[in-house]
Design a protein around this ligand. Structure first.
Ligand SMILES: Cc1ncc(COP(=O)(O)O)c(C=O)c1O
Length: 376
């Protein structure tokens, strides 16, 4: 077994981040306030094309504040992709809403707009209010926003894009998340760029952004003493994390190119193996290929995804199953869902491969050769 562990998607720092952090120490803004936060927000606004960005301590916080400010109330339905990480929907439950999960389109692995229309139609027929639709940009691939927005427009429901996994991806040439009422990004340690932990709420609505900023700081009113007229959270990003983020945003485009190269290298090394296929790239966009994901066909490939995962683990290599769909999670037993078989099949057949941008040619070859051996 090699001593060098290959992680799924570890942080990748190059140096500029440390310079930014040094400048924080020099200025002593080691606090959840400071100039780097504003700078990072401006950089993210420039990058994503949203007018306003609010830096928070996680992507989950961005989804929570976004849903609260879109007016989610107890008893609402919130519609989310079933193929996602639980943070897409858990904040809706904190607000007292009920989840309704929608399957993905096999061609994109993101929310199927036709099934979404069906879900919204059923909710309307039942007289249920839908507070928001939360499509997930999965593994670096944007959901089909134009179609989703058109459907949501018919029902007058706002879209909150869970773009936690897709910073750097494009939809019709536009940055992932753009076009939604609110988009949430994550800078968790495993993301394409990271602040160790952090998130960003992005919107074109100035009032919503101001309110999010206020709620993220315990909803303190503008007064010298501590005055409160509503209940908030401690969700603000720290200035130290923002400094790391500023260093990382400089290299984001390079990171996207490298992730795409890694994907292409895996394809070159494995696409001739019977029974292996790769996550498709949607015709409407450019995936950041945050993670390279393969599908194994049990009719043609001798090992299951779990056997491949264990074989990689034996060699000190981390890989991960595709997200277990939300409608299959014990915590959501009995939750409503429209479709679900596509997500179930992707979960049964899929495996996420190491995709970190610091991987070298040899690392990729090592991973690919172990997978190849499993086919025999
Ligand atoms: C799809 C999705 N949504 C939300 C999140 C939550 O982001 P965070 O970990 O920054 O809270 C993540 C990742 O962690 C994610 O992958």
């Amino acid at each position: 077994m090699s001593d060098k562990r290959i992680f799924l998607s570890p942080p990748h720092m190059e140096g500029n981040e440390l310079e930014q952090v040094h400048s924080v120490f020099e200025s002593n803004y080691i606090a959840p306030a400071g100039p780097h936060i504003e700078r990072f927000e401006r950089r993210m606004a420039g990058y994503t094309g949203f007018a306003h960005c609010v830096a928070l301590n996680s992507g989950t916080a961005a989804i929570h504040l976004g849903l609260r400010l879109l007016g989610i109330r107890p008893g609402d339905l919130v519609i989310a992709s079933t193929l996602t990480f639980i943070a897409s929907i858990s904040p809706a439950l904190w607000l007292g809403a009920e989840p309704l999960f929608v399957d993905c389109d096999a061609r994109t692995w993101t929310m199927d707009p036709d099934l979404l229309e069906q879900a919204l139609g059923t909710a309307r027929a039942e007289g249920r209010r839908v507070g928001a639709v939360v499509p997930t940009d999965l593994y670096g691939q944007s959901a089909d926003y134009d179609r989703i927005r058109a459907v949501c427009g018919q029902f007058d429901v706002p879209v909150l894009a869970d773009s936690a996994e897709a910073l750097g991806a494009l939809y019709q040439g536009r940055p992932a998340g753009r076009g939604a009422c609110v988009a949430a990004y994550s800078f968790n340690g495993n993301k394409i760029v990271t602040c160790s932990g952090g998130g960003m709420l992005a919107t074109n609505d100035a009032d919503l952004a101001d309110h999010a900023r206020k709620l993220s700081q315990q909803a303190r009113e503008q007064a010298v003493h501590y005055e409160h007229t509503e209940i908030g959270y401690n969700y603000r990003m720290s200035n130290v994390c923002a400094a790391i983020g500023l260093g990382q945003i400089d290299v984001l485009d390079r990171r996207v190119s490298r992730r795409r190269e890694i994907f292409a290298r895996y394809v070159a090394l494995l696409s001739d193996v019977p029974g292996i296929s790769f996550m498709p790239e949607a015709h409407y966009g450019q995936s950041s290929r945050w993670l390279t994901v393969i599908l194994l066909d049990p009719e043609q490939f001798a090992a299951s995804p779990e056997q491949v995962r264990l074989a990689l683990e034996q060699e000190n290599i981390e890989s991960r199953p595709v997200w277990k769909p939300m409608h299959c999670q014990p915590v959501f037993a009995g939750a409503r869902h429209v479709g679900g078989s596509v997500a179930e099949s992707l979960f049964a057949r899929g495996l996420c491969l190491p995709s970190g941008t610091a991987m070298d040619k040899k690392d990729i070859e090592r991973v690919a050769s172990i997978i190849r051996e499993c086919a025999a």
